[in-house]
Design a protein around this ligand. Structure first.
Ligand SMILES: NC(=O)c1ccc[n+]([C@@H]2O[C@H](COP(=O)([O-])OP(=O)(O)OC[C@H]3O[C@@H](n4cnc5c(N)ncnc54)[C@H](O)[C@@H]3O)[C@@H](O)[C@H]2O)c1
Length: 397
């Protein structure tokens, strides 16, 4: 039986800094107990902002603290799986930042650790929770789209200034660009789309195989040359392995196609929430930027349908009928937290799963399936865009 007020700890105190904000709206449910970071300056800021909080530089030592029921892992991507498994082995619930894993070995090890521990594991894929994405989910679950045939998702975010420290050394994002060539950050795009298609869920559909291709790396070295001069190793195009833009096509077992694009180095305004959904009876188009509305067309309801000139309508036209219950009930609380309410809803679902024993909204099978696009796309690109099967991490469940 879970405690009334759960003790939470953050590991990785920068992105982890969003936890207190989300928690402020859920203070009856959980409280902040501790934070762990390798950087003393980050810890000093937490001590100033949250007097009484216990700080650690040693994660394993933090896990000894019996007041901690659950950890929010917000460290660099390649640490997530190992830190999650350590916490689960110590009986702590885990909410992990994206992506859950970076290799197939980690995917299977994480599934095994969650199954053995009996603890709750949830991946904090906050993009599933923005208002439009949840409304589309609600519509899809009620059959508005009919049979879904096609979906798109893209994460296009020029992160080049986040790839280095001020002395020119690479951050974890920079190292990924130096060492990997794959769809290296796929879950913001795939997460909402997989939920719309009911992947590994009620629809009975699952991912079958993928094919990926990558552009050449063209932009990152230009930025490094401008910022650090021609003598920096990053000024040389050969230094970078990661193409600017990665495109992955996924086929589902029931025959839907999903197109994903990951691009975090091209110079341009960002569009981190590009989505498209096509069904037999409706189509959805996400806004390209903050000044546009999301658009929907519904057969038999949107104007001019059946007359050869169907018209898009703002998605919000249907808010009274199809607003997701989360947004209907929690909007004012959610909007105060980060990422369009996403950071609040992720925490709400995680705490509910612990307290009520419900299935986490993004459980370990979703988390590793979506995250496995990293190693699988790498395999496809390395083989010359060969098709690669997506494993069934549920083992037929
Ligand atoms: N969901 C979202 O919208 C979103 C947004 C931003 C970042 N993220 C994710 O959050 C994570 C962190 O991103 P960031 O931008 O804060 O990165 P960052 O590099 O700015 O910060 C990482 C922090 O982790 C600390 N750290 C590194 N190794 C550690 C260890 N072994 N133990 C404890 N602390 C350690 C560092 O000192 C640093 O303070 C990444 O996985 C990223 O993908 C998600």
């Amino acid at each position: 039986m879970a405690k009334n007020v759960l003790g939470l700890a953050a590991v990785g105190g920068r992105r982890g800094g969003t936890l207190p904000k989300a928690l402020a709206a859920l203070s009856d449910e959980a409280r902040l107990v501790a934070v762990c970071d390798l950087d003393e300056a980050v810890l000093a800021r937490w001590e100033e902002d949250y007097p009484g909080i216990v700080t650690y530089t040693d994660y394993e030592r933090m896990l000894d603290n019996p007041d901690i029921d659950a950890v929010f892992i917000a460290t660099p991507l390649r640490l997530h799986a190992g830190q999650a498994i350590s916490a689960l082995n110590r009986g702590k619930h885990v909410m992990s930042e994206v992506t859950a894993t970076a290799t197939l070995e980690e995917c299977w090890a994480l599934v095994e650790a969650v199954e053995k521990s009996g603890c709750v594991y949830m991946m904090a894929e906050n993009y599933c929770y923005n208002r439009a994405n949840m409304m589309v989910l609600h519509m899809a679950q009620q059959g508005v789209f009919g049979e879904i045939t096609h979906a798109e998702g893209a994460y296009i975010h020029d992160c080049r200034t986040l790839m280095y420290n001020s002395d020119g050394s690479l951050t974890w994002r920079g190292r990924i660009h130096q060492e990997w060539n794959c769809a290296s950050y796929p879950t913001h795009s795939l997460g909402p789309v997989a939920q719309w298609l009911g992947i590994n869920r009620e629809s009975g559909d699952s991912l079958d195989f993928l094919v990926s291709c990558a552009s050449a790396p063209r932009s990152t070295h230009r930025h490094f040359r401008e910022r650090f001069g021609a003598d920096h190793p990053g000024a040389n195009p050969e230094y970078w392995h990661h193409g600017d833009s990665q495109v992955t096509i996924l086929s589902t077992k029931k025959g839907a196609c999903i197109v994903l694009r990951v691009d975090w180095s091209s110079a341009r305004p960002h569009n981190m929430t590009h989505y498209v959904l096509q069904g037999t009876t409706a189509a959805y188009l996400a806004p390209r930027h903050g000044k546009e509305d999301p658009l929907i067309w519904i057969e038999g309801r949107s104007s001019d349908s059946g007359k050869g000139n169907p018209q898009w309508e703002p998605l919000w036209t249907y808010a009274a009928e199809f607003e997701h219950p989360y947004w209907r009930d929690w909007r004012s609380r959610a909007e105060g937290a980060g990422h369009g309410g996403g950071d609040f809803f992720v925490l709400l679902d995680f705490l509910r799963a612990i307290k009520e024993g419900t299935r986490p909204a993004v459980d370990v099978y979703d988390a590793v399936t979506w995250s496995s696009i990293i190693p699988l796309s790498a395999q496809s690109i390395a083989g010359g865009s060969i098709p690669v099967a997506v494993p069934d991490f549920t083992r037929g469940k």
